[in-house]
Design a protein around this ligand. Structure first.
Ligand SMILES: C[S@@+](CC[C@H](N)C(=O)[O-])C[C@H]1O[C@@H](n2cnc3c(N)ncnc32)[C@H](O)[C@@H]1O
Length: 287
């Protein structure tokens, strides 16, 4: 099918929430000198122009990074400052023209010896990504089904790192299939941290995914949700009511850093929205 195009949604509130979580995790990986690997299974294009027809058609970025960017000089939680730090080099003159996709967020934290393993199935996005990644020998690129690659690419050659799982959920069975694939991946790479993005939908379809991640995984499992302004939704209207990120095997005190970033996003992007954190499973090894 592959009709989803992220260019319509880049820089919107869902991207900010997911990328803030990534920034918390990337900062923690880059704290230690030992190399890390990031496996991004639904990578998209790398970088997005906010002046393109797609971005201008929906203008989703205006309610997202468009609202945040003027605040980049203000005091903000560490993950938000780190996110600004990843966006700024793409916009050296200060005017917001480009927004980074998850591969560019990851690359902003990488050092010599770290690895970025990208996967993207859509032919046009894959071609764009290949162009973006050229001349960086730390990056390898695959063109496989994301859930198949989630198991097939584990473990990465460097055994410290993060897997980013950000499907478009065009195929509705992905909600049910993802937890099982993640359990299989974890059997092959238990030390890794896994980030799963999901939409919070009016029809509650995402709850199948959340429920599926409540059992059978090793380490802690935490769900972070940014709920948009309820007053803006017509009753029973379909669509996105919020954005969620589940992190499996998060680093120590991830909840504290993500809680601060999420609350700041809720305050900055919404009027009555809120951010919630819920442990689906506590890490048995952490008191
Ligand atoms: C939500 S977008 C990714 C956005 C990106 N992770 C970011 O944060 O900038 C989902 C991507 O998955 C790709 N995709 C859709 N189905 C896929 C599949 N079965 N396997 C791999 N990629 C797929 C789409 O082409 C799209 O680029």
């Amino acid at each position: 099918m592959l009709s989803y195009q992220h260019a319509y949604h880049a820089g919107g509130p869902a991207d900010l929430h997911k990328h803030a979580a990534m920034c918390v995790l990337m900062e923690r990986l880059a704290e230690k000198p030992k190399p890390f690997a990031v496996v991004d299974l639904y990578a998209g294009h790398g970088v997005y122009g906010l002046g393109t027809d797609e971005a201008q058609k929906t203008k989703e970025f205006e309610g997202g990074i468009g609202r945040l960017w003027p605040k980049r000089g203000e005091v903000a939680p560490q993950a938000i400052s780190a996110l600004f730090g990843a966006i700024a080099p793409l916009n050296p003159e200060g005017r917001l023209i480009y927004y980074p996709g998850s591969p560019a967020i990851a690359r902003a934290f990488m050092r010599e010896g770290d690895l970025l393993i990208l996967n993207e199935l859509h032919p046009a996005a894959h071609t764009d990504l290949k162009r973006w990644a050229r001349q960086d020998d730390r990056i390898t690129l695959h063109k496989r089904d994301g859930l198949e690659a989630l198991v097939g690419l584990m473990p990465p050659p460097v055994r410290r790192g993060l897997v980013v799982i950000d499907p478009s959920y065009e195929i509705k069975t992905e909600y049910a299939a993802l937890p099982d694939a993640l359990r299989k991946a974890q059997r092959k790479w238990k030390e890794g941290t896994y980030l799963v993005w999901y939409p919070i939908l009016a029809d509650g379809r995402h709850s199948e995914l959340v429920k599926g991640l409540e059992t059978g995984l090793a380490g802690g499992v935490i769900a972070c949700e940014l709920h948009f302004d309820a007053s803006k939704f017509a009753k029973d209207a379909p669509g996105l009511r919020g954005t969620g990120v589940i992190v499996v095997n998060p680093p120590w005190k991830f909840d504290v850093a993500m809680g601060a970033a999420g609350e700041w996003l809720a305050k900055t992007l919404t009027t009555t929205g809120r951010h919630t954190l819920r442990w689906l499973q506590r890490d048995a090894n952490v008191a």
